[in-house]
Design a protein around this ligand. Structure first.
Ligand code: F6P
Length: 575
């Protein structure tokens, strides 16, 4: 049975508690599927299948204490996952068999662990505090350059917030528009929303990403060129969407204020300073980062400029400090206490041993509303790969589909399927002990809903329980018997709850670093490179081929009938 067939077989049998006999295994010396730990885990998954979560809780009052981790004032409760101390021990063996500590050391040493692009992945340097020693890249300490750019950013934020930076007409800046996409958009956009409680007064920060002109047009409709500053954010400074939006924004500004206004109304964030200059942005107004910073790991660099403008540079620094605290935890904690490590191992357990093909991310925090979208890039662009580090086809699944919405909204949309739809959907709840906006009566209800969902998913409700409940409520026996099947729940749906103290810059920084390291650990165990993204390139290549045809500058030759038909329909001609 192939990977896809295997997955659907697992899905099919999920609620019946029956498992297909095989777990996908493959050859190759580095393949985790042939390690002893992997084989033992497959047997443990098989053995545990008959015991639903509610029974595990009933027979072990110490389950929560055994299967949860406290770190500072955080709590990771994974007792509602379908694991037990034995499977966790085996997962820790898998961590050791995959040599996770040695890979962490390679990352910290600035080795080119992104081997297909010949690059390091040294984003940890971006939040490494001054005075804490060097971090080397190809033998050179990167910290002086990192801190020089941060200093430049601090000065710029002070000039904008202090109203010293003026537009070309002498007025202060009231609106920042960040133009970027993917890693040059999702991180700062998500964090700007997440830290709404910390926004600086008098400055609005907007984000434009989509090539669809509706994004830029609707944003600009409410703005004045005189008081608007654009941040053009692109690691490569060649991305089609960003370059088109930047050109249109430039046109909008120049039409109103003339060519000379560009210098006071455009700044750039990039690794490609030559292209920045070619666009016409003053090099003095360009903020730099380096090719050892992956796009989806770049929030901590000057890509965070719009966020620093939104929340103030001191809060941006607190974000960096939070991320660094998580780095230190990740580097030093043993697997049994390691938050990113544990979350990675649980994902591997769910997807490779229980057959889950997805994970629902459910933050009970409106402020974290964009976190699922941000993590979609971080997790799926990183680990959605077809071959291992040796270039061999993978014989096991990687990177489950990540999806989600903040609670409680999702409860009134897709939770029905999670409860009764018969699919295995591991859920990840995130909640904060304290609200970031404290309106009386809200937060307690939010927490009650979050914990109730985890409880309901775990426990379910049997036919007998449902019938008894209906009878106790006064329903006639025949009606209760008829309705009970509809109102029963299989339960046994695994979930994790991550409980944070309060959503502030430090906590957010640590949370995002946690997910970065989770992705890294998974990639190590799956033996894949999480830092390249070749899959995205092919679509870009084909779009560039179709553009001249759609523009009417080239003939439509060599196209399949569907693509040719779609283009013809747009142009109102025959294919
Ligand atoms: O989506 C592909 C990608 O290359 C991402 O990895 C990156 O974050 C995004 O495009 C934007 O790239 P750039 O910052 O170079 O414009």
């Amino acid at each position: 049975m192939g990977g896809a067939g295997l997955q659907s077989a697992f899905r099919l049998f999920h609620h019946q508690g029956v498992a297909p006999a095989v777990i996908g295994v493959g050859g190759g010396p580095m393949t985790p599927a042939v390690s002893t730990a992997w084989q033992s885990l497959a047997r443990a998954a098989e053995a545990g299948r008959a015991t639903p979560l509610r029974d595990r809780f009933a027979t072990d009052p110490g389950r929560f204490a055994r299967l949860s981790i406290a770190w500072n004032d955080w709590l990771l409760d994974f007792s509602k996952q379908r694991v037990d101390p034995n499977s966790m021990t085996l997962l820790h063996e898998l961590w050791r068999a995959a040599e996770v500590p040695a890979w962490i050391a390679r990352m910290r040493a600035g080795e080119d662990i992104n081997h297909t692009e010949g690059r390091a992945a040294l984003h940890i340097a971006l939040r490494h505090p001054a005075g804490k020693g060097p971090l080397l890249h190809h033998g050179q300490d990167v910290m002086p350059a990192v801190h020089a750019e941060l200093e430049k950013m601090r000065t710029f934020c002070a000039a904008i917030h202090g109203r010293h930076w003026r537009g070309t007409t002498g007025e202060p800046i009231s609106d920042i528009v960040n133009i970027g996409i993917g890693g040059s958009d999702l991180g700062p956009r998500m964090a700007t929303q997440a830290l709404a409680a910390f926004h600086q007064p008098g400055l609005r920060v907007h984000y434009v990403a989509n090539l669809d002109g509706a994004d830029l047009a609707t944003t600009l409709a409410a703005l004045q060129p005189r008081t608007t500053l654009f941040v053009i954010a692109s690691k490569t400074f060649t991305t089609q969407e960003t370059m088109q939006n930047a050109a249109s924004a430039r046109h909008w500004l120049v039409q109103a204020l003339g060519e000379a206004a560009v210098a006071r109304h455009f700044v750039a964030v990039s690794t490609n300073l030559a292209e920045v200059a070619r666009f016409g942005i003053d090099p003095a107004n360009a903020f730099a980062f380096w090719d050892w910073v992956g796009g989806r790991y770049s929030l901590w660099s000057v890509i965070g400029l719009p966020l620093a403008l939104a929340v103030g540079y001191e809060n941006f620094q607190r974000l960096l400090a939070g991320a660094h605290a998580m780095d230190e935890h990740f580097f030093s904690a043993p697997p049994a206490e390691n938050l990113p490590g544990t979350m990675a191992l649980l994902e591997i357990w769910n997807s490779n041993f229980l057959g889950a093909d997805n994970r629902a991310l459910l933050p009970y925090s409106q402020s974290l509303g964009l976190l699922p979208r941000y993590l979609q890039q971080l997790e799926m662009e990183s680990n959605g790969k077809p071959v291992n580090r040796q270039g061999e086809a993978l014989a096991y699944s990687v990177a489950p589909i990540l999806w989600g919405e903040p609670g409680t909204n999702g409860q009134h949309a897709f939770y029905q399927l999670i409860h009764q739809g018969g699919r295995l959907v591991p859920c990840e709840f995130i909640a904060c002990k304290q609200p970031d906006f404290d309106l009386p009566g809200h937060h307690e209800k939010l927490l009650a809903n979050c914990f109730a969902q985890g409880e309901a998913l775990m426990r379910g409700r049997t036919l007998a329980e449902t019938t008894a409940e209906l009878l106790a409520g006064g329903m006639a026996a025949d009606k209760a018997a008829a309705l009970a099947p509809y109102r029963s729940f299989a339960g046994n749906q695994p979930s994790t709850t991550l409980l944070l103290p309060r959503l502030d810059p430090h906590t957010l920084g640590a949370l995002l670093a946690l997910y970065e390291h989770k992705v890294f650990v998974e990639s190590i165990i799956w033996n894949i490179n999480p830092f390249d993204q070749w899959g995205v390139e092919y679509g870009k290549q084909l779009a560039n081929r179709l553009l001249p045809i759609i523009e009417g500058k080239a003939a439509a030759s060599g196209l399949d009938s569907s693509t040719a038909g779609l283009i013809a329909a747009c142009k109102g001609s025959a294919p």
